[in-house]
Design a protein around this ligand. Structure first.
Ligand code: NAD
Length: 322
């Protein structure tokens, strides 16, 4: 089997894990890491025993990668992913895919013209609890998602909608098979110039409803999705990858008894499964589970949420710091 030659562009907080995991995947050879911060590039490259670069073009010329992960700050996704695709390189681009829908459409066209894999890093889709749930949930009526955590100054170029809520938007869109009817949202800036807490309500044309609450200024850490179906209630804990299913069963004597199931299924590191899926799609020429259309749809909804927040604040504001 030919090894897939892969590289990672941007080896900061998340990119270092892409690079580490590529060295662990069968059939994959990490041929280099790129970071404009030379000390960072050197630290990760030396640690993993691979060449490091500070210049993307030089990396392409010397390392000849088949595929790359683009893990630079969101505002640079488009420029770097486009350059990679134009050089015939398959791309896994971190979420949020781009900062505008037009940029996502442009990447879609470039990838399609060249028949390249363009996967978007909505890693929660590879969470074992989500994979289990998506096979058994058929008729969600109401979904409630909460993703809360303490403040970190690390992500400052986007607000909590593009940073965190986009994960929940993507999962909800993958579970509810219906067009969106309406979106309402509110949010507030607390520690940064972007919204640090946000709440969105999405109504679907088939009658399903979703409520999403996200915060990056909450001392309580919680990553949970609850799904109500006609005869049961499911709870996903994203962090422990556990699922519980509650339903009521009528006893022979007529009383209602609540039954709680804790299904058992294999668990794995979601990012590792995501990268394995990407290199498999590249090798076999398959469409990825989370392609650019999904990334674009989640981005469209996130932008609608942001517009609602800015309307409720009575101001027009850029969604991203330049
Ligand atoms: P980070 O700031 O820690 O890392 C970004 C790295 O990119 C830095 O080391 C920086 O020096 C480097 N860089 C900047 N410009 C560059 C350029 N032109 N060429 C090469 N390297 C360059 O950020 P992060 O937290 O790792 O986030 C990176 C991306 O990953 C963001 O888009 C973020 O939204 C996304 N992300 C996704 C998840 C997820 O759950 N899927 C989690 C965290 C971050």
């Amino acid at each position: 089997m030919d090894l897939q030659r892969v590289g990672v562009i941007g080896v900061g907080h998340l990119g270092q894990h892409h690079a580490r995991l590529y060295t662990e995947l069968l059939g994959t050879q990490l041929v280099g890491v790129v970071d404009e911060n030379e000390a960072r590039a050197a630290a990760i490259g030396d640690n993993l025993g691979v060449p490091y670069y500070t210049n993307f073009e030089e990396f392409i010329k010397k390392a000849r990668p088949d595929a790359v992960s683009v893990v630079v700050p969101t505002s640079l996704h488009y420029e770097i992913a486009k350059k990679a695709l134009e050089n015939g390189i398959h791309v896994l681009i971190e979420k949020p895919v781009t900062t505008t829908v037009r940029e996502a459409e442009d990447l879609l066209n470039v990838a399609a013209k060249r028949d390249l894999v363009l996967q978007v890093g909505h890693v929660e889709r590879f969470n074992s609890a989500v994979q289990y749930t998506s096979k058994i949930v058929h008729e969600p009526l109401f979904l409630q998602s909460r993703r809360l955590g303490p403040f970190s100054s690390r992500i400052s170029d986007v607000g909590v909608v593009l940073d965190l809520m986009i994960h929940d938007i993507d999962i909800i869109l993958s579970l509810v098979h219906s067009e969106i009817d309406s979106i309402s949202a509110t949010g507030r800036c607390i520690r940064t110039n972007h919204e640090d807490v946000a709440s969105a309500q999405i109504s679907f044309k088939n009658g399903a409803m979703a409520h999403i609450l996200v915060s990056r200024v909450s001392e309580r850490r919680l990553r949970q999705l609850e799904i109500m179906e006609p005869e049961r209630y499911l709870t996903i804990n994203y962090e422990t990858q556990d699922v519980s299913i509650n339903r009521c069963v009528r006893h022979e004597n007529g009383t209602l008894v609540e039954v709680i199931e804790h299904p058992v299924f294999p668990k794995s590191e979601p990012l590792k499964l995501e990268l394995q899926h990407f290199v498999t799609c590249v090798r076999e020429g398959k469409q990825p589970l989370v392609g650019i259309m999904d990334g674009k749809r989640a981005l469209e909804v996130a932008i609608s949420v942001l517009k609602q927040i800015h309307l409720s604040e009575g101001k027009e504001e850029s969604i991203i710091s330049q």
